[in-house]
Design a protein around this ligand. Structure first.
Ligand SMILES: C[S@@+](CC[C@H](N)C(=O)[O-])C[C@H]1O[C@@H](n2cnc3c(N)ncnc32)[C@H](O)[C@@H]1O
Length: 219
């Protein structure tokens, strides 16, 4: 029988003990966000390190982010990109993204980040209209769960073959297997997880990192 390990608190701690140290500006941003309402929306240091490895492995340069909040995942992405790399970062909240900006500046990566304040479907559709299809290497989807399927379809169009989509929260605290949970968010994630698993346009794996990151590599 193949080996399988349950990631309990101790194993999770062991994983965390083996992460590269958190960049000082990321540490400050965690501290600043931790006292805010909605702090739980921010990705963890562990997830960020995982993303950083992926971004560097595929030599990502041109990336998309759907869901910025206070800018942590945007910042880890910017730090993983080469000097001429760029991120089109989509969000609808001026209040939250204004918190991000001084941290991006402190880390010296503001030039790489183009923030678009509009519903992400609008921004992504505009990019397609302006010839962006096939131009992006990586997309991180971490916004409203009922919008995920649209973001998946639009980013898939915008990605080059071999490009990677990472969708956060796809295990949704385990709710995806709790059939008593019929909330709109859970149903949307379940439906999309099923769709991705049989989607012949991608090679995909639902990684049990953080709250579950579905990785879909465009074929
Ligand atoms: C889970 S948080 C993102 C967390 C972020 N990735 C991080 O690591 O800190 C979700 C974000 O999605 C944004 N959002 C919600 N609906 C959106 C939409 N229709 N278009 C773009 N962004 C949206 C929210 O304003 C919020 O900032």
């Amino acid at each position: 029988m193949s080996r399988w390990i349950k990631v309990d608190e101790d194993i999770n701690q062991y994983i965390n003990d083996h992460l590269a140290p958190e960049h000082p500006v990321l540490q400050e941003l965690h501290k600043k966000t931790s006292v805010m309402e909605g702090a739980g929306m921010q990705i963890s240091h562990e997830q960020a390190q995982f993303m950083s490895v992926l971004l560097k492995s595929i030599r990502a340069n041109n990336t998309l982010e759907i869901g910025v909040f206070t800018g942590y995942s945007t910042l880890i992405t910017a730090l993983a990109l080469p000097a001429d790399g760029r991120i089109i970062a989509c969000d609808i909240s001026e209040e939250w993204t204004n918190i991000a900006k001084p941290f991006w500046a402190a880390a010296g990566v503001s030039d790489k980040i183009e923030l678009r304040l509009a519903p992400a479907t609008q921004t992504l559709s505009e990019l397609i209209k302006c010839g962006g299809s096939g131009q992006f290497d990586f997309a991180f989807i971490d916004a409203d769960k009922t919008g995920y399927e649209d973001y998946y379809e639009l980013t898939l169009e915008l990605l080059r073959p071999g490009g990677l989509i990472a969708l956060d929260n796809c295990l949704w605290g385990g709710s995806v297997i709790d059939l008593d949970d019929q909330s709109e968010d859970t149903k949307a994630l379940r439906k999309l997880n099923d769709k991705i698993s049989s989607d012949r346009r991608v090679q995909a794996y639902l990684a049990p990192v953080g709250d579950g990151i579905y990785l879909a590599s465009k074929l």
